[in-house]
Design a protein around this ligand. Structure first.
Ligand code: PLP
Length: 287
């Protein structure tokens, strides 16, 4: 396996970074997770846009143009001869001193990892996930925007730990007003009376690229698709619940805080959107 490390391909064993890298010391950097389906890099433009916007927001200058980054990503996939893969792009602030001031870091690091995909087990898609709502809140958008996909994922890790503690597969994260926002690394949708709802991102959710693809698909298939706030109660009494994300794609939720969602099996809208999604990923991408 070859890793792209600041302009060079090095073997996985040799792909190491300095302990003085502020990505390591402070979680100072940004990242993206991207999928390759049948040789197509899915929604690469949207991922690059989000990566560069995250970087701009934290005043991190990515040392490559978007075009060069795109080329580096595609070359990393090719070099590893992968047809179906998960790509991780990381841009860290680079090496500095022990102080946290980023102005001493002059060389941002760019890392691209492409590897064969460890999909969620098929059984999980058939059975559906159990969620637990957690006490940690999504950070407030006015304090730290959820749109910054930063290397500092402690907020998300804390909720994942809480979900583990509750023996759940995933966390249900609320904002400080108690509105549902998202999972630890996935967006959430509910279906009620044939209408599909997902929280507006201003409540404190990452504007997921899979989320946006599903919103588009739902509209295309004539569903009433709304971005409106909802609470835990609305989730408990929904007809269907599902999560979306680059790694998870579309996955049903069948239980939340010990309450079964309807009969506790994946719903028909969820299944329909998953199959519609799996159809578009093969053709919609950069070859
Ligand atoms: N929410 C968070 C916090 C995430 O980290 C991710 C993963 O990227 C998502 C949602 C899903 O976004 P996407 O569909 O772009 O992968």
């Amino acid at each position: 396996q070859w890793i792209f490390l600041s302009g060079e391909f090095v073997r996985k064993e040799d792909a190491v970074v300095s302990v003085y890298d502020h990505g390591f010391l402070y979680g100072d950097g940004v990242f993206e997770g991207i999928r390759v389906y049948s040789g197509n890099v899915f929604k690469l433009d949207a991922h690059l846009k989000r990566l560069y916007e995250s970087a701009r927001s934290i005043k991190l200058e990515i040392p490559y143009s978007k075009e060069d980054m795109e080329e580096a990503i595609v070359n990393t996939v090719r070099k590893n001869q992968l047809d179906n893969a998960y790509i991780r792009v990381v841009v860290s602030r680079g090496v500095g001193n022990l102080g946290l001031d980023p102005t001493h870091c002059n060389n941002p690091r760019v890392i691209i990892i492409a590897e064969a995909l460890a999909l969620f087990p098929k059984e999980l898609y058939e059975r559906g996930l159990r969620l637990a709502s957690v006490s940690s809140r999504r950070n407030r958008p006015d304090v730290l925007s959820p749109q910054i996909k930063s290397l500092n994922y402690l907020n998300n890790i804390l909720v994942k730990l809480e979900a583990n503690q509750a023996n759940a597969d995933e966390a249900l994260m609320l904002n400080d007003q108690g509105y549902v926002t998202e999972g630890s690394a996935d967006n959430i949708f509910i279906v009620k009376n044939e209408t599909i709802y997902t929280p507006p991102v201003y409540l404190g959710a990452l504007e997921g690229i899979t989320r946006n693809a599903i919103i588009d698909l739902a509209k295309e298939y004539g569903y009433d698709m709304r971005q409106e706030p909802f609470t835990r109660h609305d989730v408990y009494v929904a007809d269907e619940v599902f999560l979306t994300g680059t790694a998870a794609e579309v996955i049903a939720v069948v239980e939340v805080d010990g309450r079964k969602i309807q009969d506790g099996t994946p719903g028909k809208v969820t299944k329909h959107l998953l199959s519609a999604f799996r159809n578009i990923v093969k053709t919609d991408g950069v070859q």
